[in-house]
Design a binder for this molecule. Structure first.
Ligand code: SF4
Length: 278
């Protein structure tokens, strides 16, 4: 069996940066906390916990602690609340996500903002939390209705950094039928585009596809959905422990893609385990 690991597999720039920031803080400061998952990967979160960085979900009054804002970003009010509670805040928000904030704030002056993204995802909450007026969030074409978009005459559509272009275009098609003036500002990041382009060819060239990443990872979910739509023999695993020997019967070529928050050592362990099925 030939094993083909995607060239774009693994950490993106924003994830690598957030982990580096956290590692530096863990060796230079005491009482470091992170709000939510630093990146959406169980192994990265556990590794930082071992280094003394505790994950919190609520900001309570505390003295002498540092709070890391994750790579996904956070609403403005989270920063002010953390400072008011006595934290020193270190912002590990990906610069590409901050670019989306700038674009959204500029467009808000003359448009209703529509975000194509996963409702409830930290990045989407962070983008919404920079704006003066509540934006509309849509995840899929079925979310679009005249009722949902009623009264909007002019809109600017922005996208979560990990969105899939096909989903974006389907949603835009529906929005354009309802809102007279609407423009798409595709803010999907470059890493996402490169990964998604590769996962549109990899499933055609391999008999089985393994997508590696945590179930909380939005970009991994998208890679899985795209791959599964092309090759039914696609499996989403978190580590080598989720592999099933039965999947590899009569398989000649196995393709592997790791999400943007999946550490390389997890991918290597998967490759080694798959080699044993030869
Ligand atoms: S996927 Fe893109 S926007 Fe998100 S953290 Fe990685 S580089 Fe930044």
């Amino acid at each position: 069996m030939k094993i083909n690991v995607a060239k774009s597999s693994g950490f993106c720039f924003g994830v690598r940066r957030a982990i580096n920031i956290s590692n530096k803080l863990s060796s230079s400061k005491k009482n470091v906390r992170v709000l939510g998952d630093i990146v959406h990967n169980t192994f990265v979160v556990q590794d930082l916990e071992k280094k003394g960085i505790k994950k919190i979900s609520l900001i309570r009054k505390i003295k002498g602690s540092t709070l890391i804002i994750s790579s996904h970003g956070a609403p403005k009010k989270v920063f002010s609340r953390a400072r008011a509670c006595g934290y020193k805040v270190t912002d590990a928000t990906c610069p590409k996500v901050k670019d989306i904030y700038k674009i959204a704030k500029r467009l808000e002056k003359n448009n209703k903002i529509i975000i194509i993204g996963d409702a409830g995802h930290d990045e989407v909450k962070g983008i919404a939390g920079q704006l003066k007026k509540k934006p509309v969030t849509v995840e899929k074409p079925a979310d679009i209705s005249r009722r949902k978009l009623s009264g909007i005459k002019k809109a600017a559509v922005i996208t979560q950094s990990t969105q899939d272009i096909e989903n974006i275009l389907k949603i835009m098609d529906r929005i354009q039928r309802i809102i007279p003036k609407v423009k798409l500002h595709n803010t999907t990041c470059r890493t996402t585009v490169i990964k998604q382009n590769e996962i549109r060819t990899l499933p055609k060239e391999n008999d089985i596809i393994l997508i590696i990443g945590s179930k909380t990872s939005a970009n991994t979910k998208r890679l899985y959905q795209i791959s599964k739509s092309i090759n039914k023999n696609t499996y989403w695993i978190e580590s080598e422990k989720d592999l099933n020997k039965a999947w590899f019967k009569k398989i000649k070529k196995a393709g592997i893609m790791a999400g943007a928050s999946t550490p390389d050592h997890i991918t290597k362990a998967v490759v080694e385990a798959v080699k044993r099925y030869k």
